[in-house]
Ligand binder design. Sequence first.
Ligand SMILES: Nc1nc2c(ncn2[C@@H]2O[C@H](COP(=O)(O)OP(=O)(O)OP(=O)(O)O)[C@@H](O)[C@H]2O)c(=O)[nH]1
Ligand SMILES: [Mg+2]
Length: 354
Amino acid sequence: MVSWFRRKPSNPPGQSPAQATEAEPRPDAQTPATVGADPHEAGLPAPAAPGKTGWLQRIGKLLNTDVAELLGRNPILDDDLLDEIETALITADVGVTASSELIEALRKRMKSREFADARALLKALRAELVALLVPVARPLAIDAGRKPFVIITVGVNGVGKTTTIGKLARRYKDEGRSLMLAAGDTFRAAAVAQLQAWGERNGVAVVAQGQNADAASVAFDALQAAKSRNVDVLIADTAGRLHTQGGLMDELAKVARVLKKLDPDAPHEVLMVIDGTTGQNAINQVRKFNEKIPVTGLVVTKLDGTAKGGVVFALAREFGIPIRYAGIGERPEDLRVFDAEAFVDAMLPETLGG
Ligand SMILES: Nc1nc2c(ncn2[C@@H]2O[C@H](COP(=O)(O)OP(=O)(O)OP(=O)(O)O)[C@@H](O)[C@H]2O)c(=O)[nH]1
Ligand SMILES: [Mg+2]
């Protein structure tokens, strides 16, 4: 689907389903305990040049150049060819189990002479890959009945949590929703400023208490503020933490517990952010986080330019947790709703090697 690569026009306010019945004013950009921050100082990427496209070129390919060229030359269909493809899939971090399952299925079909040529084999591989992703390509639906709809982002250090929040703020704002952000990363002084810069850029209020504040207390404050302002969506940032750091992992459970005091159903979405270049370690990360705070959705970032994005298939096979969005760059608009076909189209284009 081409939509993956084309910048979608923003929905004008009033066109989103949530906004149709929405009448109350948006929160203004002033918040309690908010300090101004210069987006440039916080190192935010510059806005994209209008009309810039080319996502197809930016997403790393699943098969390396050699294999792609080989397939483009219409080689003999034999076990060697399948072995080459399998190695390429493993190298792209699809995972050993997922890769060999895919290849064994293709081998059976090849032996029963189902494929006339390499093109047909490739088409079958694409279909298998799409089938792996379809069950997890479930977009995040903001339930307008839950107000605010509380999203908390979690994940290890540097995966793109705060950037993803900035992108989501932009997206939801464009959809006409009112929102608020909670600066729940109280570990680094720069973290609060970074979120505030994204907030300012999008005209979205940010609730913060500063460095070393208790993350659960920030979340509690923010939910209280969001409730009293009748905001549609609250997105809480959290500090990056290693899945092996027990105490820090417990803190996440505490944030969720404290939110429940104000809204027993909150958080409505626990969005775990995964760096698409992490490789198979991502599997371990999701497993450990999910033990502490049930993960309801994934965002896979940094898929631009990596040859390692195959981890998406491994995640889909292992957990079946919905993949909500894909991050394909550092700019506010570089977030795509995860679409199985579009993703496979980008990673494994039909016209391999010409
Ligand atoms: N290329 C690329 N870079 C990204 C993407 N998402 C985030 N980044 C970059 O990754 C780096 C880390 O992003 P942050 O959003 O600060 O990550 P974080 O998870 O909040 O990090 P901590 O709060 O330190 O745990 C920044 O330089 C981002 O610009 C993406 O989709 N593509
Ligand atoms: Mg952060």
